[in-house]
Ligand binder design. Structure first.
Ligand code: NAP
Length: 243
């Protein structure tokens, strides 16, 4: 892992290739968005959320960080980190505001957000502020996460909600906690889309067009994720080839 300070840190960051270089100009503050999610699969709801956070919170860049081995999903069927990372890379590659990182996927063992933020805090100088962006449901649970107090000290939190989402529960949990969380909520209409909806559609042989980038759909079919129905994909290819 890179040192906390100095040129060694910057060189390591560049060498890693997938974390943005920030903090060089000591006369200003930088705002780094960290988009945390399982991304199984990534979809337009996530992409719109990140773009809206970039604009509304005046971020310098948003780093998409697929969860490594999520603590809270032990024993549940989660697609491999390699596949989720590949889909995240494909989905984010055409937006200059976005970067995708293997930071959690490459970490051994269960990945806790508190550890992730601590490591990022060591890598980046003090003039880089961290904004951890995720779904409001996850934010509501954050008080129960490992070392929640450490998370509160390390990062601002951004909770993305669907329109009509009842924020009372999240608000009660956050304000009732002993920790000083700084939470901003973003209402994102595109979050009517969810990963579970996409997975259901794939296994039912239905189209994902306009729900996630076509490159992600192509990856899902090529790698037979989510119980993909192969005959439908073949027929789509054949239609394309004959036109
Ligand atoms: P989740 O509980 O599966 O998701 C909760 C809700 O939030 C779902 O509706 C989900 O929709 C949505 N969501 C998730 N990530 C989002 C994002 N970046 N932007 C907008 N909506 C999002 O949560 P998760 O995806 O597994 O975990 C979210 C993040 O919290 C990850 O970075 C994870 O590592 C972290 N986490 C840490 C701990 C811990 O440290 N103990 C515990 C739990 C979660 P979709 O299903 O459509 O994404």
């Amino acid at each position: 892992m890179a040192d906390a300070d100095g040129l060694g840190t910057r060189a390591d960051l560049v060498e890693r290739g997938d974390l943005p270089l920030l903090g060089q100009d000591v006369s200003r503050t930088y705002r780094l968005g960290i988009m945390g999610g399982t991304f199984d699969p990534i979809h337009y709801g996530h992409l719109v959320t990140a773009e809206q956070a970039f604009d509304d919170l005046d971020l310098d860049v948003v780093v998409f960080m697929p969860a490594g081995r999520p603590a809270f999903k032990q024993g549940r069927n989660v697609t491999s980190g390699e596949d989720r990372n590949a889909m995240t890379l494909l989905a984010t590659s055409d937006n200059p505001h976005f970067v995708a990182t293997r930071f959690e996927v490459d970490r051994a063992g269960v990945t806790y957000t508190a550890d992730t933020l601590e490591l990022l805090r060591e890598i980046y100088p003090d003039n880089v502020e961290l904004f951890f962006i995720t779904g409001a449901d996850a934010i509501a649970e954050i008080v129960t996460w490992r070392e929640a107090g450490r998370i509160a000290r390390l990062a601002h939190l951004v909770g993305a909600t669907r329109p009509g989402y009842d924020l009372d529960r999240a608000d009660d949990l956050i304000s009732g906690s002993p920790y000083d969380f700084d939470v901003t909520y973003l209402e994102v209409p595109a979050l009517a889309i969810s990963s579970s909806y996409l997975r259901e559609r794939v296994s039912g042989g239905q189209s994902l067009r306009y729900l996630t980038p076509d490159s992600v759909t192509g990856y899902i079919h090529k790698h037979h994720l989510y119980g993909v129905v192969p005959t439908r994909y073949v027929s789509v290819l054949e239609e394309g080839e004959s036109s």
